[in-house]
Design a protein around this ligand. Structure first.
Ligand code: UT7
Length: 325
C-alpha cells in the first residue's frame, strides 16, 4: 500500500512580532537573536488557540487534497501547549470541521510531535486500518514561556500546520512515505522541561511549581547537531536512498546554526535545507508542517521529488522519514 501526503495547510496567528518589538520586553537585540538563531520575527497568539489554529490548517489541507471532512478516518494533533486538558485538541478539530466518522486523539512528543504523528498515521494506513488521515502540529507556546527569560521567550512562536495522508492503491501513486526511524531518550529529559500545575488533593499538597519552559539551550544544541545527521544517515541507509537523491531536507526549525551544522555533517549544500524561522521562529510541532506547506504553496515541490523530514526536541525525542512527493 502506498501512503502519501495529498494536501498541506497552515494557519498562523494574526499578530507577527519582530525582534525589535521583543527587545522592548526583555534585554535582547535584533542582532543577538538573528546572529545566534536566524530568527527575525514570530507570530504570537492574541486569542488564537491550539484547536482553532489546527482547525484552520486542517481545513486548508483538506481543500488542497480535494477531500471532505466526512472522508477523514483519523485525526492526530501533535501539541505540547494545548489550552484544554480535556477534551483533546484533535476532538475539538473533529467537531469544528465536522469529521463525524473520524477517531481523534492527541500526541505529545514536543518538537518531534508532528514527525511521530505522521509515522503513527502511516503505520495505521500501511496496515490497512484507515484510509485517510489528517495530521496537525499546533502550538501556542507563548502561553508556556516565561516572558522574563530572554534565553527562551525570544525563540518560540505560535502556529499550526497540517497534512492529509492517504492510502493510495492506484498505479500512479509513486512511492509516498518510504520509511522512518524514531527514537526517545528520557534519560536526558531535564534539558527541556515545562511542569504542569502542582498536585493538591485532600491528602497531599505540593509546593507551587514553575510552569514555564526551562531549557538548557547548549545541551539541546549539541544533541541536535550530533544526533540528527546520524538519524538522517540511518533512515537513508534503511530505505536504500542515496543522500544525493534528496531534493530537500525539511528539518525542525529550531536554530539556523543547528541546521547549518547538520548540513555540514551530512556534507550537503545549504540550498537543500529550506528555512522559515526568520519569519516564524521555533514553533515546536508546527515547524515541519508549516514549512512543508510553504514549500508546496510556493511551487517548490514536484511529484516524484524525494524529501527527508526530521524533527528533534524535548523528551529527548528525534526521528526522520524519507518520502517521495
Ligand atoms: O526545538 C528545540 C528547542 N530548543 C532549541 O533548539 C534550542 C537550542 N539551543 C539554541 O538554539 C542556543 O543554545 C540558544 C539560541 C538558546 C542560545 O545560544 P548560545 O549561543 O548557546 O548562547 P548561550 O546560551 O551560550 O548564551 C551566551 C550569552 C549569555 O551571556 P554571557 O553569560 O555570555 O554573558 C546569555 O546570557 O548570551 C546571553 N543571552 C542573550 N543575550 C541577548 C541569552 N539569551 C539572550 C538573548 N539576548 N535573548
Amino acid at each position: 500500500m502506498i501512503v502519501r501526503i495529498t494536501g498541506t495547510g497552515s494557519m498562523l496567528p494574526a499578530k507577527q512580532v519582530t525582534n525589535l518589538e521583543i527587545s522592548q520586553i526583555v534585554d535582547t537585540s535584533d542582532e543577538w537573536i538573528r546572529e545566534r538563531t536566524g530568527i527575525g520575527a514570530r507570530y504570537l497568539s492574541t486569542g488564537e488557540t491550539v484547536a482553532s489554529l489546527a482547525t484552520g490548517a486542517c481545513e486548508k489541507a483538506l481543500e488542497m487534497a480535494g477531500r471532505t471532512a466526512e472522508e477523514v478516518d483519523l485525526i492526530l494533533v501533535a501539541s505540547c501547549s494545548s489550552e484544554m486538558l480535556l477534551p483533546c485538541s484533535a476532538c475539538q478539530v473533529q467537531a469544528n470541521i465536522g469529521a463525524r466518522r473520524a477517531v481523534a486523539f492527541d500526541l505529545n512528543a514536543a518538537c518531534s510531535g508532528f514527525m511521530f504523528a505522521l509515522n503513527t498515521a502511516y503505520a495505521y494506513l500501511q496496515a490497512g486500518i484507515y484510509k485517510t488521515a489528517l495530521i496537525a502540529g499546533s502550538e501556542v507556546l507563548s502561553k508556556i514561556m516565561d516572558w522574563e527569560d530572554r534565553g527562551t521567550c525570544v525563540l518560540f512562536g505560535d502556529g499550526a500546520g497540517a497534512v492529509v495522508l492517504e492510502a493510495d492503491a492506484s498505479t500512479n501513486a509513486g512511492r509516498g512515505l518510504i520509511g522512518f526511524v524514531q527514537y526517545s531518550d528520557g534519560s536526558k529529559g531535564e534539558a527541556l522541561v515545562c511542569e504542569s500545575r502542582a498536585l493538591h488533593n485532600p491528602y497531599y499538597s505540593e509546593e507551587s511549581k514553575n510552569t514555564y519552559v526551562q531549557m538548557d539551550g547548549r545541551e539541546i544544541f549539541k544533541f541536535a547537531a550530533r544526533q540528527v545527521p546520524v538519524t538522517i544517515e540511518e533512515v537513508l541507509q534503511k530505505t536504500a536512498i542515496p543522500k544525493e537523491e534528496i531534493s530537500y531536507f525539511v528539518l525542525h526549525q529550531a536554530n539556523a546554526r543547528i541546521i547549518e551544522a547538520i548540513a555540514k555533517r551530512l556534507d550537503m549544500g545549504l540550498e537543500k535545507f529550506p528555512l522559515n524561522l526568520d519569519q516564524v521562529g521555533n514553533m515546536s510541532s508546527a515547524s515541519l508542517p508549516v514549512l512543508l506547506d510553504k514549500l508546496q504553496r510556493e511551487g517548490r515541490l514536484d511529484r516524484g521529488m524525494k524529501l527527508v523530514l526530521s524533527g528533534f526536541g524535548a523528551g529527548l525525542t528525534y526521528g526522520a522519514c524519507v518520502l517521495e512527493w
